[in-house]
Design a protein around this ligand. Sequence first.
Ligand SMILES: [Zn+2]
Ligand SMILES: [Zn+2]
Length: 155
Amino acid sequence: MTRTAQCSCGALQITTDGDPEITMACNCTNCQRRTGSAFGVVAYFERSKVLARRGEGRQFTHLSDSKRRLERTFCPHCGSTVHWQAELFPGMIGVAVGCFNEQDFPAPNIAAWHNSKLDWVEFPCDWMRLPEQDPGQALAEGAEDPVAAREPVSC
Ligand SMILES: [Zn+2]
Ligand SMILES: [Zn+2]
């Protein structure tokens, strides 16, 4: 299945093939600031599943709460962040799920980084609820799945 995510004005677009590898709610402090909301929702696709990109994005590169690099691509006209590359997920492209505007988009099953979650936000108990990244450790150990490298938060 082919899907296209776009910014608010439509100038910046990315088209993907198939369902994402990972869909997660991210409560990191950057997702809170860049969205102006309580958390961001991101779908990670293998880079080979990106079929097309349209429009001129601009990049904002920063370090995550656990000091891993993130390169965000946003629309210079309307300011929406549409897609990014995260050091935590090498070989993948993260796409902001809201930019797909698709009601039946595959639901997340991971709530990342509970340690910076707003107090009133609650996620379902059957999601993997992760407290924080293990700075530097998961990748250095070559973990197959760096997200799963932390003990989940109990429900
Ligand atoms: Zn735009
Ligand atoms: Zn985040």
